[in-house]
Design a protein around this ligand. Structure first.
Ligand code: AMP
Length: 940
């Protein structure tokens, strides 16, 4: 039932496209008696009333409020489902407020129940109560309007529910009254279809939406005179909208698209997706057309062992709009005379054949090698043409490593080194990059220096410390690979090491030429090592210095995360960053979850001099290996380095006795995804933005510390009792082994595809910018209350769709600004995505100005009518305005005396103060939300 309910709301949340509704029953269109069964006799009554246009309407009414023990049933006739697995029931009704009926006893009700019974038999004469399946209890939003038929004033409630997974020929609906005063004005039963659509030259038939599975995969048929290029398919979503087109057809030889045809894309697709692939069912004219000419102006940009190729489209497309490109790679000898096919060790991103855009990234080339790439253009008629395909060849040399010939001068805080440039550079040398780091700390902290000269003095180093240096050249063709590692230890004291063979190191790292050139360096230049960021070094105007930690430029004053792997003894990392807790101070109370290494329990920790605190206790199950123990404790050594209100706090570890445990603060509401699903639709938009702000703030802290999370997802966020969200899950093995969402990629390695940025999937480029992409997905999860990103699509389809420009549509009730922020996080170019700091600023602004959240990205079927704007200044006025004046007393005695105090009220608080009717709660909360978004209209 939960899944059904979830879909009941979710379905509506994505009702974005113009679905087709097929009516199965409409009581309003009945000309004669509806002929529904009512029992007992003195219960529901069929009554004809006139609507405002004086047209007779058939309604069913019951109002036995004066007598207790009511149980009145009304059953429709058999409703055939016509093949639909999910049907929607829209009911319009009025309901009287018990308080408005003088002298009624306490048994008076303000709700009724709706049921269904599936059957192949259209003539069932009796259905037992116990055979019915309950759909929902229905409460009214506008219950308390006096129904005055005489004046034609009739305020109707409209509610929509759905039933899914229907399998028999049809069903009966039933309404159970337990003592309310109801007029059932109309009942409409319908199902939804995704309408016949033609897209990318493929026709997708009218498709009935699925049952409980979210999406129906539909294969398209190529329209007349076209043929499959890549099998076309789309998904028909549960709300009758088409999602995620993949593949396409192309015109057969001799035919061309009719460019005059127009088609307006469904609103859920991003514009850019459609900009050049928009087609509709077209009229095809046999046209003389030929294969395209060759692509033009190819250029290459080398980055170590990767190369990006870009080119211009053929000058002559042969009169066709379906030009694609394919690449062929050959590896050539030094003199370029002998070339052989590259084989399968290199990779093309997004693909090698059938590229629609004029660029490609090629990875995994060998350094210092020559390659020849042939870029071929083709179209639907290429195979039929006797002329060879148009192609252009581009030769690329992956840059050589730099030969470093070093007679270094070392002092206690500086090292000078010199090198010899590559013998056969693949272009004019623009500059050299020197990267250095403390031995074994490459992952945390490294510095990149740039210079146009062939030597450099690096200073600001620690005395008696071993550093690793590497140099690479940048030519106008791109970056070369780094030369070999040179390890140098700074002296303990300031001793010059010139010319002393025992103290100086003569290193020859020459991969290309092996020419040794000794360069004596006498001058010791001073470079300020304390500077951070991108600064000019003092000794050489051409030299620039950038300090990185974990791949990022270090911000002045920020602390840097230290990777536990940099410790030779991982236990030392645990000792450095986690406090040892005496096991006798811990009281385990109950199991709350299962972790990768064992159970997660809640319990209490007695901290000396403080009161007991609630904690979560993760323990390492018995029989673990050394590696498992190390990996388990690595989470503590990482977490222990962080100190931020939106990062889960480490209390300490137990390592001196068994079981080994990690103790963290306790987060009462558990993981965010489960929490949201449990409280579907219950938060105000400001509360959701507040949660998102917290997560962004935690992530800003992590990115400032140069920590890249790699697995940011709602399941890895924990929520406490105050709705504060904290980032968690920091173990070293977590993405690889722990996350059930992680899937193996073609390049090996496990990645949670739906949450991961394309560059991280394609070539493992994990950065804070890829964390920002994941953050966008978390935003979507939060606003859709824990919906699964990309629903039931396969990982492969997700990758494909993202590559083709598809982005998740706005969830229902999602403010435009939030969806825009999600889209910004999902920019293809990672430098185009916002930084976490900017995200925090944007969310702060939204929270300060709730009116900006008012414009919703979409509106949906069955939505409540918008609450009218109003201007109120007291809680009492407000309650009166929304016709909830009867709760004035409850609000004031619960301490809600000013309007701002009610802005964050929750369902549970309403229940606590005695507002227990679901319809009233809903009405109050939707008005609170409207107050929040009105901002300036409220006089607080
Ligand atoms: P983990 O191994 O960190 O993924 O934890 C497994 C599950 O235990 C989570 O999904 C949570 O439901 C629960 N859990 C972990 N840590 C905490 C905590 N600090 N407070 C409350 N629940 C937690």
């Amino acid at each position: 039932m939960f899944a059904q309910r979830k879909w009941c709301t979710r379905v509506l949340k994505f009702a974005l496209s113009p679905f087709v509704a097929v009516t199965l029953l409409d009581s309003m269109s009945a000309l004669a008696d509806l002929g529904w069964e009512a029992y007992p006799n003195e219960g529901w009554e069929e009554i004809s009333v006139m609507d405002e246009r004086n047209t007779p309407m058939r309604t069913y009414q019951v109002c036995n409020v004066m007598e207790a023990n009511q149980n009145n049933w009304l059953r429709t006739r058999h409703i055939s489902r016509e093949g639909a697995q999910r049907v929607y029931i829209e009911i319009k009704f009025t309901l009287r407020d018990c308080n408005s009926l003088p002298g009624v006893p306490g048994t008076c009700k303000e709700t009724f129940n709706m049921y269904y019974y599936e059957s192949n038999n259209a003539n069932v004469w009796f259905i037992k109560e116990s055979q019915y399946v309950k759909i929902d209890t229905i409460a009214a939003d506008e219950s308390f309007t006096q129904v005055d038929v005489g004046d034609r004033v009739m305020k109707l409630n409209t509610e929509v529910r759905d039933i899914s997974n229907l399998s028999k020929k049809g069903f009966y609906l039933a309404f159970q009254d337990l003592g309310a005063c109801i007029a059932l004005v109309s009942v409409r039963v319908f199902y939804k279809k995704c309408p016949l659509t033609v897209l990318n030259l493929a026709q997708f038939p009218d498709t009935i939406t699925g049952g409980d599975t979210a999406l129906v995969e539909v294969h398209g048929m190529c329209v007349n005179s076209s043929e499959e290029f890549e099998a076309p398919k789309m998904y028909c979503s549960a709300d009758g909208g088409w999602l995620v087109p993949i593949g396409r057809c192309v015109c057969k030889p001799g035919f061309e698209e009719n460019k005059d045809a127009s088609f307006s894309p469904p609103p859920f697709f991003q514009k850019k997706f459609f900009s050049n692939c928009l087609v509709l069912l077209k009229v095809y004219f046999p046209l003389p057309s030929g294969p395209p000419s060759a692509p033009e102006n190819p250029i290459s940009t080398v980055n170590e062992t990767c190369v990006t190729l870009e080119w211009s489209p053929p000058r002559d497309t042969g009169g066709r709009g379906d030009v694609t490109y394919s690449l062929h790679c050959r590896k050539c000898s030094g003199d370029g005379k002998k070339c052989t096919p590259c084989g399968g060790s290199i990779h093309f991103v997004p693909r090698q054949f059938g590229l629609s855009s004029a660029n490609v990234l090629i990875t995994d080339l060998q350094p210092d090698s020559n390659y020849s790439f042939t870029i071929e253009s083709q179209s639907g008629v290429s195979d039929l043409s006797p002329t060879p395909r148009g192609s252009v060849v581009i030769n690329v040399t992956t840059s050589q490593t730099v030969s470093v010939v070093l007679k270094e001068r070392r002092s206690k805080d500086s090292v000078t080194l010199a090198w010899h440039g590559p013998e056969r550079p693949n272009g004019a040398i623009v500059e050299y990059e020197v990267i250095y780091y403390e031995k074994n700390q490459r992952d945390q902290n490294y510095t990149v220096l740039k210079t146009r000269s062939n030597m450099m003095t690096v200073d600001g180093l620690k005395p008696g410390t071993t550093y690793v240096f590497r140099v690479r050249a940048r030519t106008d063709g791109g970056y070369g690979s780094y030369g070999g590692e040179i390890e140098l230890e700074t002296s303990h004291e300031d001793i010059l090491a010139i010319g002393d063979p025992n103290q100086s190191t003569i290193l020859v790292v020459s991969i290309a030429g092996g020419i040794v050139l000794l360069i004596f360096l006498v001058t010791c230049f001073v470079v300020s090592g304390r500077h951070c960021g991108y600064i000019k070094a003092k000794q050489d105007p051409d030299e620039e210095k950038m300090q990185f930690q974990h791949g990022r430029v270090k911000l002045p004053g920020s602390r840097t995360y230290i990777h536990p792997h940099t410790y030779e003894d991982p236990n030392q990392a645990v000792r450095d960053f986690a406090k040892e807790i005496d096991a006798s101070n811990i009281r385990i109370e109950r199991v709350i979850g299962a972790g990768e290494f064992g159970e997660v329990c809640s319990g209490r920790l007695r901290v000396q001099g403080k009161r007991e605190i609630y904690v979560a206790i993760k323990s390492l199950k018995a029989g673990y290996s050394d590696k498992q123990r190390r990996d388990f404790l690595s989470e503590a050594s990482i977490m222990g380095q962080f100190d931020h209100p939106n990062i889960i706090r480490l209390e300490g570890v137990v390592t001196k006795c068994k079981p080994v445990m990690i103790i963290t603060e306790f987060m009462e509401n558990g993981s965010l995804d489960t929490f949201l699903k449990k409280h579907d639709g219950q938060f105000t938009v400001i509360q959701l933005v507040g949660m998102l702000r917290g997560i962004a703030s935690g992530m800003k802290y992590l990115s400032d510390m140069s920590y890249v999370h790699r697995d940011l997802a709602a399941r890895n966020i924990l929520v406490n009792s105050n709705l504060v969200c904290k980032v968690s899950d920091f173990g070293l093995s977590r993405v690889l082994e722990d996350d059930p969402e992680a899937a193996y990629t073609t390049r090996g390695g496990k990645i949670p595809i739906r949450w991961t940025a394309p560059e991280a999937i394609a070539y493992r480029k994990f950065t804070s910018a890829s964390d920002v992409w994941s953050y966008g997905i978390v935003m979507w999860e939060v606003v859709s209350y824990g919906e699964r990103p990309y629903w039931e699509m396969s990982n492969q389809d997700v990758i494909k769709a993202i590559d083709e420009g598809y982005r998740l549509p706005a969830p229902m009730d999602c403010p435009v600004v939030l969806h825009q922020l999600m889209l910004d996080c999902w920019e293809k170019g990672r430098s185009d995505r916002p930084k976490f700091g900017q995200i925090v600023t944007i969310l702060d602004k939204l929270i300060r100005n709730p009116a900006s959240l008012r414009e919703l990205a979409n509106s949906s079927v069955g939505e409540d009518p918008p609450t009218p704007e109003f201007s109120v200044s007291t809680v009492d006025d407000w309650l009166e305005t929304i016709k909830m004046g009867q709760y004035k007393e409850n609000f004031s005695s619960a301490g809600y005396v000013s309007l701002d105090s009610i802005l964050y009220i929750s369902v549970s608080e309403l229940t606590k103060m005695g507002v227990t009717l679901a319809g009233h709660q809903k009405k109050i909360l939707s008005s609170v939300q409207s107050l929040q978004t009105q901002g300036t209209h409220v006089h607080v």
